[in-house]
Write a protein that binds this ligand. Structure first.
Ligand code: SF4
Ligand code: SF4
Length: 661
């Protein structure tokens, strides 16, 4: 670390001064020292303070750059921030100019405006931007007023929020919530369409990482970000595909093939089409959606909506979706290159369910299946309006989100009891708590701390599942605690169906002959580098098939990234340095959003309860259970968002993205 000084969480530090050498305990300075490879950071400014790593740097110029970004991002709703950011930026510009200096009166005015902004601004921009300048004025007035010639070679700034950082696609959540407050659902949807076309679908099934990071969680509960997204899309009246006027396929650029019409493939194709590349998606099923089509039941995601936000959008943008063509059977990667495609994106998912490791796994036992296969069969029957009907009881093994989809689906198609067997406690279940709650409501019973031991089979048919009870050695709320079988606890759950919902994997049988790509992680995924390139030139992969089974939003984020990398590849450019991702990495590793800053709610209200079908009215059909927010509820929920925007600035000694890693 160079000789540095700064101000962090209210405390000054100065390695040039023996009495201030101690760094604040909450500052993870090593995580902020380098931005891109060995390119040193000259200065870093955030909502918690500033660090000047290079003492040659002009403190006033760094803060001027920071306030410039702040003034560009003040939304203007409240006077202290609207006028304050503009006024302070102008004064800092004047103070950092060649011949100008400020009078004591001007400095006093800056101080007063900063204090006023912190105390009375409506949101995170006005409340936190002045923090660093206040610290500099109080503890480093001489450095602030010193005239220094050195200027950093480059800088990068970001306006973000805890919810944005938690979202894999980095959706500007407070921005779309703002538009809902203003009854502008069209603009709210526009914010979301910058990232992906599946707005209404994601608004229904997203695993909402953002809500776990929402600062309102510290008060009465997180903002219902997911359902506000759904509201934005639903209140347009028509699906988002109508927003894209049909256009002809772009002609002038190299064409790209996307294999798989799931979340990753659709999003990759969407961004490439918007950038003017001709794209064909090749899909093995008769409809688009991937795991969202076959793995998520209709009562959570209506499939007409999914089609309108996937294949219809792609076709309106001039792309083609070629259905019922199976990769590895009907065509190969070589065929696609021979057909003139210049780049290929693989978004084939992890579409193969995992069984329980029983001797019967490979055989044909009636009533024994994996969760993916079960959901696929039911979806097919429901979409043909002839839902399957099963007699007898069903046992689901596993307790993740696929297990919840399986048990809630089984309730709807069978006359018997449905139960779930899970090795750990309910608290450690990986399923979304909302899904668990709904499953309880729909009558599913749960066997916690229970393990499956053996199928009970008669005449080639399942008649039960032999299980045993487990005891936890150590902390029952830790996944690391050892589980041991309780002697003599064996029991049989009589049933006619056992569904294994314990995982999914890549269908690696698809990759045969010359299409053999390097695989990773015990051969369960396609190996890709940080640019999503596979071992074969011009072939990229993303989503579940490259990272393992994850959520729709993670797949879409990978699709967007792949589109960027494919464009760079086709243009013959070097892959660009991902500055935005690097800032996210720094936020995470330095714990920049782990501060205990007080939440200042605009209003104090609890989270809106989403209306839904009564349990009695939903267990014999596939009608959508959650009914969505009404206009009034959506506005009320949107008002709960505190706009926790934070401005971050990095200034570096060398141009960003040019330093050898
Ligand atoms: S609402 Fe926030 S961004 Fe808008 S002017 Fe006020 S403090 Fe600034
Ligand atoms: S209150 Fe709003 S801006 Fe703050 S974290 Fe939650 S959703 Fe994001």
């Amino acid at each position: 670390m160079k000789t540095c000084y700064g101000f962090w969480d209210g405390e000054p530090f100065d390695l040039r001064n023996a009495s201030l050498e101690e760094l604040p305990a909450t500052l993870n300075i090593e995580e902020l020292e380098f931005f891109d490879g060995s390119n040193p950071v000259d200065a870093f400014v955030s909502h918690r303070g500033f660090i000047i790593f290079n003492p040659e740097v002009s403190l006033i110029k760094v803060l001027r750059d920071y306030w410039e970004k702040a003034s560009e991002n003040s939304c203007g709703k409240c006077t202290p921030c609207r006028n304050g950011t503009a006024l302070v930026y102008d004064l800092l510009k004047k103070a950092s100019g060649d011949k100008h200096s400020l009078s004591e009166k001007d400095w006093k005015l800056i101080e007063e405006v900063c204090t006023l902004m912190v105390e009375s601004s409506f949101c995170g921009v006005g409340q936190t931007v002045p923090v660093s300048l206040i610290g500099a004025l109080k503890f480093f007035p001489e450095d602030l007023k010193k005239n220094v010639a050195y200027t950093s070679a480059d800088q990068y700034s970001v306006v973000t929020a805890p919810c944005i950082e938690a979202c894999p696609a980095k959706v500007n959540i407070p921005r779309y919530i703002d538009y809902i407050k203003e009854s502008r659902s069209d603009l709210a949807t526009g914010v979301l369409l910058r990232n992906y076309p599946l707005v209404g679908s994601c608004g229904r099934v997203c695993v909402h990482f953002c809500e776990s990071a929402c600062r309102r969680r510290k008060l009465e509960g997180p903002v219902d970000i997911k359902n506000l997204k759904r509201y934005a899309a639903d209140s347009l009246g028509e699906s988002v595909d109508h927003l894209f006027k049909p256009r002809r396929s772009p002609q002038n650029k190299p064409k790209v093939a996307v294999i798989g019409a799931g979340g990753a493939g659709i999003t990759c194709a969407y961004h490439l089409l918007l950038a003017g590349y001709p794209v064909d998606i090749i899909e093995s099923k008769d409809r688009a959606g991937g795991m969202a089509l076959t793995g998520i039941p209709q009562y959570r995601l209506p499939k007409d909506l999914l089609s309108s936000e996937t294949s219809k959008v792609i076709e309106n943008l001039g792309g083609r979706v070629l259905f019922e063509r199976e990769f590895g059977k009907d065509f190969s990667i070589d065929d696609l290159f021979s057909d003139g495609y210049k780049a290929i994106f693989l978004g084939v998912g992890c579409a193969k369910g995992t069984k329980l490791g029983f001797p019967e796994d490979e055989g044909k036992i009636v009533g024994y299946t994996d969760g993916i296969d079960f959901l696929r069969q039911v979806e097919k029957s429901v979409s043909k309006e002839r839902p399957l009907h099963y007699e007898g009881d069903t046992v689901i093994v596993g307790c993740g989100n696929v297990a919840m989809d399986c048990c809630r689906t089984a309730v709807r198609i069978s006359s018997g009891k449905v139960s779930v067997v899970y090795r750990r406690t309910e608290q450690l279940s990986p399923a979304d708590p909302v899904e668990l709650h709904e499953a309880h409501q729909e009558g599913v019973s749960f066997h916690w701390l229970t393990a499956q031991k053996q199928l009970v089979i008669e005449n080639g048919k399942v008649t039960g599942l032999l299980c045993c009870k487990l005891k936890v050695e150590g902390d029952p709320n830790s996944r690391k605690s050892k589980l041991t079988e309780i002697e003599g606890s064996e029991f049989v759950i009589p049933c006619s169906r056992v569904i294994a919902a314990i995982g999914q994997k890549l269908e690696k049988e698809l990759f045969v002959g010359a299409d053999k790509l390097e695989l990773g992680k015990r051969d369960s995924i396609i190996a890709v580098n940080e640019n999503l390139e596979t071992s074969r030139k011009g072939v990229f992969a993303g989503g579940d098939c490259a990272v393992g089974p994850r959520s729709l939003i993670e797949a879409m984020a990978q699709g967007e990234k792949a589109a960027q990398r494919i464009q760079e590849y086709l243009e013959g450019e070097k892959f660009s340095f991902d500055k935005r991702q690097r800032v996210s990495d720094m936020i995470k590793s330095a714990g920049l959003f782990d501060d205990a800053a007080e939440c200042k709610p605009v209003i104090s209200t609890s989270r809106t309860v989403i209306p839904e079908l009564e349990p009695l009215n939903r267990t014999d059909n596939f009608e959508e259970v959650e009914l969505g927010l009404t206009d009034d509820q959506a506005k009320e929920e949107a008002e709960r968002c505190m706009r926790c925007y934070r401005v971050l600035l990095v200034e570096t000694a060398n141009p960003i993205g040019k330093t050898a890693k």
